[in-house]
Design a binder for this molecule. Sequence first.
Ligand SMILES: Cc1cc2nc3c(=O)[nH]c(=O)nc-3n(C[C@H](O)[C@H](O)[C@H](O)COP(=O)(O)OP(=O)(O)OC[C@H]3O[C@@H](n4cnc5c(N)ncnc54)[C@H](O)[C@@H]3O)c2cc1C
Length: 396
Amino acid sequence: MRLQYDAADEAFRAELIDWLAENTPPRELLNSEKLSSAWMPDWVRAWQRKLFDAGWLVPGWPPEYGGRNATASQQMIYFDELSRRQIVRTWNPQALGIIAPSIDDYGTDEQKQRFVLPTLRAEIGWCLGMSEPGSGSDLASLQTKAVLDGDEFVVNGQKVWTSGAQHADWCLCFVRTDPTVPKHKGISALIIDMKLPGIDCRPFPELTDPDYCDFNEVFFNDVRVPKENLLGTLNGGWPITQGSLAHERAMLWIDHAYLLQLAVQSMVDLGDRIGPSGTRLGDDPKFRDSVASFQVDAMAMMAMGYRGFSKFMAGRSAPEHSLLKLFGSERMQQCILAGAEFLGPNALEVNEPGPRLWRNGSWMIQYLRSFSATLPGGTSEIQRNIIAERVLGLPR
Ligand SMILES: Cc1cc2nc3c(=O)[nH]c(=O)nc-3n(C[C@H](O)[C@H](O)[C@H](O)COP(=O)(O)OP(=O)(O)OC[C@H]3O[C@@H](n4cnc5c(N)ncnc54)[C@H](O)[C@@H]3O)c2cc1C
């Protein structure tokens, strides 16, 4: 197991830290707007572009894509330093983490040229059309269909939970192109212009904030998509769903590791608040025990992540990473719940200063919001199935 970074890695870290110190937008700005996943006001685009121009948006990518061919350990340093500082590099995470890499992996030269750089430069925003009312965890059962008619696919059906669809320029959309073959084999991926006639986006408000709509239902009614917007081969969409979800999961474990740390730090901040019994929470031994237990788990999670990473660097498989999303998202949720329980009725107050986790909101709101972390990229139950079958080798 390798426990240190070498001199080149540390030089990379030093350069990154210096750059971030000079260039990161002020925290007030980062927290100031309720941004949906594809709504990018000017300063958001400018910030992503600044990272891109400096080679700090996607350091693992080659220089022609604005990267610096950073090694895996340097990329780990990169995510570590950003997450440690709660710096968000993009407000269109599905574009950066899933869609651009998928187009780079499966796209034609023309598609790569047309979409990858403009996406990285924040010139265009994306949504991801996977889930449907009857197809979430069982994505292969999706029903939105596309029929080839001359030079165009005609798309009909409905997606749901489509983050940021109302603001997105484009959608990477998974559709059924052959209903006669086993379900995994009849799916294709289409790049759909969200301004095409026949697309109806219906945003719906979130339980945690009625003024904030990130989720959408998206209806496709005889939408005509040019044939050249097929990504990969006809009926070859399933490996793309697997590839893109692998990218998403790779992104999520790091997020979850730090979300748990942030939740613990937020709880530490609560120590100065007065609890329901009228005393300072930090003076309550049960509160201190609880904080310590979450802190130990946060540290264990980071250690597990680094152990998996060390195996990965040595070319071995790293089952640890399958556990991290599950453990991190669930433990983070338990931590927020514990904070709310210690606060008692005060958990309903608007928090000032608030938990450092998401947009502002009371501890109760943060608790409700924490459920969403256990769903995308594979729900907790699906993660458990994966661990049971693929890591432990148990029967289906
Ligand atoms: C914040 C957020 C953002 C999202 N953004 C997008 C997006 O941009 N685009 C998009 O397409 N989708 C998006 N989703 C949707 C997400 O991918 C789905 O919610 C997820 O795949 C689960 O599908 P579902 O909601 O249909 O639940 P279902 O699959 O219907 O599951 C319902 C329950 O049954 C359980 N379950 C299902 N199958 C099994 C099984 N085999 N074994 C055991 N338990 C099972 C699940 O764990 C869950 O508890 C987003 C979701 C969230 C929370």
